[in-house]
Design a protein around this ligand. Structure first.
Ligand code: SF4
Length: 581
């Protein structure tokens, strides 16, 4: 039996054909994954299913839901179908939720606009749905505004809004891409549990997520279907080059990374603390007395969930936020707290690459000016030859010199951002989620580029990331942060094979297994607590399966354990080498 039948679906934007004759079927209750690189047409396909492509797009072919043709249907017909028969969960819930409506009202509107309930019954169904998606105290949360919730909570609300009318099919477009690995595991488990008879069309670039959720997969490449079949078969024995390229780009947690280096220290944080002033004069401790050392020529990764303080620590090291206490030492010298007070040479030596290359490049400047900017600001303008050489270093030729940022792909823009950082010939590059927004194959190329530059120049890299499989590929050592504290710091291979802190173990267990391999991500219950009211004792104890009375009473200091250091009072007795228990 077929619930959704798509035939010859084609979407054109002007002369560009972004979806080109796509065919697929979805049976009731079935989960179909659609995977592909950015620009492969997967999101455009999803938008066409819901009649949400922009008005200028030309959609042709056939989309039949329960036999009803949706291509060319009138807006009132599509309105009736959306939410009740086919619903969508978007990547960014903050954009998808109405910021001016309390969340209870948003869910209630779905029911009442389609005549599914009224008055008191609506209220009861909304509270029951919020309860089902795991929102704490749902009767109170109906009055919350979207901005008052964490990213994970907002995604739960999106799922509640999509499922409340019990649609026949749920289209989820990158529903976990913006989330931490631990929250991702929670949301995937939730989708699995709640959708029951609802079919799922899961659009993602994460093949591990599809492998765990979907019986069938469809691989898209440049607007067309490259391959489709049972997920196990397609990932186990791919027949299309596009599928092989996607699979080759999946980083593996179990593939050994670079060995720790024995090299002199270059940059250190000593007892660095960052505090922000919050409401009613309360102080929020974003980073608490962090100690770490980056060695010459090494990559030190800092990982942890959102709110762990990893980006704030990096920014304090760079002088972009002013620490409340502690010192940053570079090449044996204590640095001024604020960037403006640091010597020009030090500012040149420490460079930063941001997550979103498009947003970090000035849209009004050509690539040649963007790359030369740091030297121009330093009063030492780069020659045309130096700019060309900097671009060549990141694999871009002279045809890029005159382009603007909007004329670059995500990967090209990130290369330009790296070239801009490297033209100053820094000794330290801080990469803040610098590959998080890139597709698998582009990410692989940028990581290889960083490794090659490091091998050639001895560059030290502070690599802030939440994707642990990516971190394993590149980091010599890894620091794990939780609620502003470094809870474990260890050589990369050791940390991945024998974590010593229960939080590190939980982070590793939340990563979906590679496509084609058995197992499911394990859910770490709860969320990172508010730094305004951190738990007493060990800050991880409310979520730790190994917590005992002493953990609630006393905060463990980080202490040496072999080549590592760990802040867990039970580190010596726990054997955390085996995961997903
Ligand atoms: Fe868990 Fe206790 Fe160790 Fe904290 S100190 S991580 S609560 S076992």
């Amino acid at each position: 039996m077929t619930l959704l039948s798509v035939r010859g679906l084609t979407v054109r934007h002007g002369n560009a054909v972004v979806v080109d004759g796509v065919d697929f079927d979805v049976a009731p209750g079935e989960a179909l994954g659609i995977v592909g690189e950015s620009g492969s047409g997967k999101t455009q396909t999803a938008l066409a299913l819901l009649g949400l492509t922009p008005g200028s797009a030309d959609v042709s072919g056939s989309i039949r839901l329960d036999g009803q043709e949706l291509v060319g249907a009138t807006e009132p017909v599509l309105d009736a179908v959306r939410a009740t028969r086919i619903a969508m969960v978007f990547q960014d819930p903050l954009q998808a939720l109405n910021p001016y409506l309390r969340i209870g009202a948003q869910l209630g509107h779905v029911l009442e606009a389609h005549g599914l309930s009224t008055g008191r019954e609506t209220g009861e169904r909304v509270v029951a749905m919020l309860d089902a998606v795991g929102l704490p105290d749902p009767a109170r949360q109906v009055l919350a505004w979207p901005h008052e919730l964490s990213g994970g909570m907002r995604q739960r609300v999106m799922i509640a809004a999509a499922l409340i009318a019990e649609p026949a099919i749920l289209v989820a477009d990158e529903p976990t891409t913006a989330l931490d690995v631990t929250v991702q595991a929670q949301i995937l488990a939730l989708l699995d549990r709640l959708r029951r008879d609802t079919a799922l069309l899961l659009i993602t670039h994460d093949l591990g997520v599809v492998a765990g959720q979907c019986e069938r997969v469809l691989v898209m490449d440049r607007g067309r279907v490259a391959e489709t079949g049972a997920t196990r078969d397609v990932f186990g024995a791919p027949s299309a080059n596009a599928t092989r390229a996607l699979l080759d780009a999946v980083p593996r947690l179990d593939a050994p990374g670079p060995a720790a280096r024995d090299a002199p220290g270059l940059l250190a944080a000593e007892g660095l603390s960052v505090r922000y002033r919050a409401r009613r004069g309360k102080a929020l401790a974003a980073v608490k007395s962090a100690d770490l050392e980056l060695k010459e020529g090494e990559t030190l990764a800092i990982v942890g969930e959102s709110g762990s303080g990893k980006s704030t620590l990096a920014r304090a090291i760079l002088g972009l936020v002013s620490p409340a206490a502690g010192t940053v030492v570079y090449a044996g010298q204590a640095l001024a707290r604020d960037l403006v007070d640091r010597a020009g040479t030090t500012r040149r030596d420490l460079q930063l690459v941001f997550q979103d290359p498009a947003a970090s490049l000035d849209p009004q400047m050509r690539v040649s000016s963007i790359v030369g900017e740091p030297r121009a600001i330093a009063g030492n303008p780069a020659t045309a030859g130096e700019i060309t050489a900097a671009l060549a270093d990141v694999g871009l030729d002279t045809t890029f010199l005159d382009r603007y940022a909007h004329q670059l792909s995500g990967g090209q823009a990130q290369r330009v951002a790296i070239a801009r950082a490297l033209i100053a010939r820094p000794t330290v590059l801080v990469c803040d989620e610098a590959v998080a927004a890139l597709d698998g194959t582009v990410r692989t190329t940028v990581l290889a580029l960083l490794r090659e530059i490091q091998a050639r120049t001895g560059l030290a890299i502070l690599f802030i990331a939440h994707d642990l499989a990516v971190v394993r590929q590149i980091a010599h050592r890894v620091a794990v942060m939780y609620l502003g504290e470094i809870v474990e710091l260890a050589p990369g291979n050791e940390l991945f094979e024998r974590p010593r802190h229960p939080y590190t173990r939980a982070l590793l267990d939340a990563v979906p297994p590679p496509p084609g391999e058995a197992g499911r991500p394990a859910v770490l219950p709860g969320e990172v607590p508010s730094p305004l009211s951190p738990p007493p004792g060990c800050v991880f104890h409310p979520r730790c399966r190994y917590a005992e009375d002493g953990c609630r009473a006393e905060a463990p200091a980080r202490r040496a354990a072999g080549n590592s250091s760990v802040a867990c009072r039970r580190a010596e007795e726990l054997d955390l080498a085996r995961g997903r228990a």
